[in-house]
Ligand binder design. Structure first.
Ligand SMILES: [Zn+2]
Length: 46
């Protein structure tokens, strides 16, 4: 139960390359949905 505020600037944004699932977390090694590879798509514009 670690659903955090998706707008928190301290979190990174990850997208699964396999199923497209998106997750906001401090760090994510694999997709919680399909265990696929995720990539960091965080857009932290200053
Ligand atoms: Zn996935």
């Amino acid at each position: 139960m670690v659903y955090t505020d998706p707008y928190s600037p301290d979190r990174s944004y990850y997208e699964c390359r396999d199923c497209g699932h998106r997750e906001t977390a401090e760090s994510l090694e694999s997709c919680p949905e399909c265990d696929g590879v995720v990539r960091n798509i965080a857009v932290a514009r200053e």
